[in-house]
Design a protein. Structure first.
Lengths: 300, 93
C-alpha cells in the first residue's frame, strides 16, 4: 500500500512539505529559522476569498529567514541532503539577501540571510524578530514565524521592491487600523527600514535625498532599466566594501544565472555571448537615458 | 508495544477524493506518497497499541469486514515501519 511518489504533488503541497521539512531539519542541526510568506503568513493578514474566509496564499517556493550566524551550518545540512544550489547570495538579487536551492522532490527554497530593506545589522535584525516569534502548523509541523506585526512589515517591504502600491500586499497598509500602522512604523524604525516601508506604502518621495531612494524607486516602479538598477545599487551601497561589491557585480557575469540558461557547464562561447548581450542591453539603456535627457532639455 | 509517527517527517493529506498522503522524511530526504487506504492505516497506527486496533479502525472507516483487510493492514504497517515513517515504541506490556 505504500507507494513512492507515483503522483507528482501539486506545487502548493510541495511548498507546504518543504516548510515542514526545513523546520525539522533546522531543529535537527540546531539552526534558528523563521518561515515567511506563502503558507507561513498569519490568518489575520490573509485577504478574504470568495467565500469570505481567509484565502490561502500560494507560493512557488518556500521562503525562510535564517539566523545569519547559522546560515553556513544550515546550507551545509541542505547540501548533504541533495539540495542543489541554484543561485548564491551575491548573485541572487540586487540586495544580495537570499540564495536559492532546489530539491528534486521538495522544489525550491529561498534561503534569506537578511531581509531587503532592513539597514541594521542582519544578526541584530534576526534577534529582534526571533524575540517576538510565534508558530504556525504547516504539514503537521510547528514552524517558527515572526510576530504578526513583523510579518506585516516584511510583506510591505517585499511589496516595496515588487511594484509598490501596485502589489497585492499594499492592502496590508491601506486595510490596517491606525494602531496597526503605527506599530509597523515603529518596527520599521527599529530595523532602520523606513525607506523600504515608504516604498511599500507610497511615501517614498519623502526620502528623495536618501542613499537608498533610487534603488527602492527602481524596484517600486518595476523599472526594467538595468542601468537605473545599478545606479541605485551603487548609491545604496555603504562603505568601500559595499561599493566594491556593487562594482564587482556590475563587471562580472552571474555564473549561476548563466548555468540556469545554458546548462551546468557553460562554454567560453556562452560567456562571450552573455557579455555581448549585456553590453548590448547597457547600450540600449544608455541610449534611452540620453534620449530622455534630450527630451527634458528646454529648446533654445 | 505501540506505533507513532516518526518525529522527523512533515506530512499532509490532500482534500481530493480519493485523498493522497504525502510524507517528507528528513532522514531519507524522500517524499513518499500514500494512497487513501495506506494513508488511513498511517493515521490509524499513530498511537495504536496493536495491529488489531489499527485494523478495526481502518475497517470501520472503510465500512468493510476486518477479515477482508487484516493481512493488507499488517503488511502496510510493516512497510511504513521499514520506511522509517512509523516508529515502534518500547513493548508496553
Amino acid at each position: 500500500m505504500t507507494t513512492h511518489s507515483p503522483d507528482a504533488p501539486s506545487r502548493d503541497v510541495v511548498v507546504q512539505l518543504a516548510h515542514g521539512y526545513l523546520q525539522l531539519l533546522a531543529d535537527d542541526v540546531g539552526a534558528d529559522i523563521l518561515h515567511v510568506k506563502g503558507p507561513a503568513v498569519d490568518c489575520a493578514l490573509l485577504a478574504a476569498g470568495n467565500d469570505g474566509k481567509p484565502a490561502s496564499r500560494f507560493s512557488t517556493d518556500a521562503d525562510v529567514l535564517v539566523r545569519p550566524s547559522h546560515v553556513r551550518q544550515f546550507v551545509d545540512a541542505l547540501a548533504a541532503r541533495d539540495w542543489q544550489r541554484v543561485t548564491g547570495f551575491e548573485q541572487g538579487s540586487a540586495f544580495g539577501h537570499a540564495m536559492n536551492l532546489r530539491h528534486v522532490q521538495l522544489g525550491n527554497v529561498d534561503l534569506h540571510r537578511r531581509w531587503p530593506g532592513f539597514e541594521i545589522d542582519a544578526e541584530r535584525a534576526f534577534e529582534h524578530l526571533w524575540a517576538q516569534r510565534g508558530s504556525v502548523e504547516i504539514a503537521h509541523t510547528q514552524c517558527v514565524v515572526p510576530s504578526v506585526a513583523a510579518q506585516r512589515l516584511l510583506l510591505l517591504l517585499h511589496a516595496g521592491r515588487s511594484g509598490g502600491l501596485e502589489h497585492r500586499d499594499a492592502r496590508l497598509w491601506s486595510g490596517a487600523s491606525d494602531a496597526e500602522q503605527s506599530q509597523v512604523r515603529d518596527l520599521a524604525a527599529t530595523f532602520e527600514a523606513s525607506v523600504a516601508l515608504a516604498a511599500g506604502i507610497g511615501e517614498l518621495e519623502e526620502f528623495r535625498g536618501h542613499p537608498s531612494y533610487q534603488l527602492w524607486s527602481h524596484f517600486g516602479r518595476n523599472d526594467v532599466s538595468r542601468l537605473n538598477e545599478w545606479r541605485g545599487r551603487w548609491n545604496a551601497a555603504r562603505g568601500l566594501r559595499g561599493k566594491a561589491r556593487v562594482a564587482r557585480g556590475f563587471v562580472a557575469l552571474n555564473p549561476d544565472l548563466l548555468r540556469e540558461r545554458v546548462g551546468p557547464n557553460p562554454t567560453a562561447r556562452d560567456y562571450v555571448e552573455e557579455y555581448r548581450n549585456r553590453i548590448g542591453a547597457a547600450g540600449q539603456d544608455l541610449w534611452r537615458v540620453l534620449r530622455e535627457v534630450r527630451i527634458r532639455r528646454p529648446k533654445l | 508495544m505501540s506505533w507513532h509517527v516518526a518525529s522527523d517527517v512533515a506530512w499532509l493529506r490532500t482534500d481530493d477524493e480519493p485523498s493522497l498522503t504525502y510524507i517528507a522524511s528528513v532522514a531519507t530526504g524522500t517524499v513518499f506518497c500514500l494512497n487513501q487506504t495506506a494513508g488511513l492505516v498511517w493515521e490509524s497506527a499513530d498511537g495504536a497499541d496493536d495491529i488489531a486496533a489499527v485494523t478495526h479502525h481502518v475497517a470501520d472507516q472503510m465500512g468493510i469486514e476486518v477479515a477482508q483487510i487484516a493481512t493488507d493492514v499488517e503488511t502496510c504497517v510493516d512497510d511504513l515501519v521499514n520506511a522509517g515513517l512509523l516508529k515502534k515504541s518500547g513493548d508496553l506490556r
